[in-house]
Design a protein around this ligand. Structure first.
Ligand code: PHB
Length: 364
């Protein structure tokens, strides 16, 4: 093996920089999108949110919590939006704070579709979904989106992407995972449409590709990532053939030259059984995808390093670990002990369990 090969292998770990888009990430450690329900009652990010993101700016890339693209896109209280001027101004303070610390930040564009509650939707209207099929639990019965309404929702994504650029984000991640609107179009448990948005894979993927097209035209493909979760059953999701469906979806992503594909490689909340069908390991999608691949779910320093060294991933995102360890990057670097995540303060509340996790003492 030549010296050059040895050197490049030695460089390939969690701490090696990576070029995505027209800028370089300083390492491969990504903060995964995390719903925290701590924006204000008008869905505007707060100073507390700003500090939270700034504390985590040593990640190579931060992906924000899902930010709804419209009032209808919300499914939980106090999640931030990215559809009005107050939200843009508040996010601008956050992107400035992260950039000041040398970090990079993408915003996740979110529409929950049918995963919404009475009291969350404007005028208590039914939530919107590809088909009028309710998710299990206390959700409202959704109303099937009319064909003529689809372009309006695509326009909401476009506006949100414009707002994201105005707010100073380095890019956007289109949330097409975890049983929310775009995923509801992709998988056949929730999409039984008889028009050209339902039926075969091409039809079910149409909405995702339209959204990506609109967002790419706004931001440029190098500033757009997408998140998929092929076997995640969270939010009552399943598909009759996830391997064929998601292989098709990923093939369609190849020509788009996105910043990255972000893959949730299993089941996110363990109260449900993952839809693995024994035969389909979503990690095999890495073989199909030709661009930057970001792995997510349950990684630690060792498994993430192994994934990067064996080229199973270009980037790895960490969720729970970033909740409790704002300085996760430094802790990984030093092999320092990790704080434990307090699940009671995960969703909603105040500073506690949000911006008060201890940092390592600074040693210069
Ligand atoms: C959650 O709040 O549990 C949640 C939100 C968005 C996701 C996944 C999980 O994509």
């Amino acid at each position: 093996m030549s010296t050059t090969q040895l050197e490049s292998e030695a460089q390939s770990d969690l701490f090696s920089p990576l070029q995505i888009s027209d800028f370089q990430l300083k390492n491969r450690i990504v903060m995964a999108p995390l719903t925290r329900c701590r924006s204000d009652d008008n869905n505007v990010p707060t100073d507390m949110n700003r500090l939270y993101y700034q504390q985590r700016a040593t990640a190579g890339l931060i992906i924000t919590e899902g930010a709804q693209i419209s009032p209808q896109g919300a499914g939980y209280p106090n999640t931030p939006g990215i559809y009005n001027i107050k939200q843009v101004q508040a996010w601008k303070k956050i992107t400035d704070a992260v950039h000041e610390k040398g970090g990079r930040i993408f915003i996740q564009l979110w529409h929950v579709g049918r995963v919404s509650y009475p009291g969350i939707q404007p005028n208590d209207a039914p939530s919107l979904a590809p088909s009028a099929i309710k998710a299990e639990g206390t959700y409202v019965q959704p109303r099937a989106i009319e064909l003529a309404e689809i372009n309006d929702i695509v326009d909401e994504y476009r506006n949100a992407a414009e707002n994201a650029m105005a707010a100073g984000f380095d890019g956007v991640e289109v949330h097409a995972a975890n049983g929310y609107l775009i995923d509801q179009f992709l998988r056949d448990c929730s999409n039984q449409r008889t028009d050209h948005y339902g039926g075969g894979y091409e039809n079910r993927t149409r909405f995702l590709l339209q959204v990506l097209d609109a967002v790419i035209k706004t931001c440029g493909s190098a500033r757009v990532g997408v998140r998929l979760s092929p076997v995640n059953a969270f939010n009552s999701m399943s598909d009759s053939n996830p391997e064929a469906l998601f292989s098709y979806v990923v093939e369609q992503l190849n020509p788009l030259n996105l910043a990255y594909l972000h893959l949730v490689e299993g089941q996110i909340h363990d109260e449900n059984e993952a839809q693995t069908d024994d035969v389909f390991d979503p990690k095999c999608l890495r073989e199909i995808y030709q661009g930057r691949y970001m792995s997510n779910l349950g990684y630690n320093k060792a498994s993430a390093t192994a994934a990067i060294q064996t080229e199973k991933a270009d980037l790895v995102s960490f969720g729970d670990l970033f909740i409790a360890n704002p300085d996760l990057t430094e802790r990984f670097l030093l092999d320092a002990e990790l704080n434990k995540t307090d699940l009671d303060t995960r969703y909603g509340g105040d500073e506690k369990g949000y911006i008060d996790y201890p940092l390592l003492p600074v040693t210069n």
